[in-house]
Design a protein around this ligand. Sequence first.
Ligand code: FMN
Length: 198
Amino acid sequence: MTGNGEPARIVGFAGSSRSESFNKKLVRIALDSCSALGAETTWVDLKDYVLPVYDGDLEAAEGLPENAARLKEIFSAHQGFVISAPEYNGSISALLKNTLDWVSRSPEASPDLAPYQGKFAAIMAASPSPLGGLRGLRVAREVLTNIGVTVVAEQVTVRAAYNAFSEDGQFVEDSNQHHVDRVCKQLVAILQTRAGDS
Ligand SMILES: Cc1cc2nc3c(=O)[nH]c(=O)nc-3n(C[C@H](O)[C@H](O)[C@H](O)COP(=O)(O)O)c2cc1C
């Protein structure tokens, strides 16, 4: 429960639209972990919220795309984020950045960071590589911090992702589950102590 007696609300999504995305599997596991800790969770598949690449001319002509407005509403209704960021060429995916960018826009054509500011996030990554997407998380942390999200200190990387998940979408190794649980515990604890303040 948060300071106002309500469960912490956490929305989770991955910066990949791929159906068999490792990062989607990771977020689903993390949201289950947050639920077990008493949080209310919402899963968002960005494949259901297709957006054009951000274009100022398009925004000026047509305003915020409907899917951006829908995501903005969803993000605004939650106090916490679980974000799994696939690493693309050492950074975050275009899908993740484009989504964060569109949701930061307002009808006044200036950044509206309300869906992010004062919120908290746990970040994670899954990758086939031995680093598990670690380099992309450095960027994810920086971008989220810049838009007003406090990212919990510990983060999750899942290496050798091809072998990390079972067919039913769970971890093969207990150590990965323990790590996710530990980070989710930190996120939920922060939300429980801080969310009632806002
Ligand atoms: C354009 C591109 C660049 C990539 N660059 C990296 C990289 O820098 N580091 C890495 O660990 N994996 C990299 N990968 C591999 C991704 O980690 C891998 O495709 C992963 O499965 C993507 O996440 P998903 O399973 O959630 O879709 C790259 C993949 C693509 C398509």
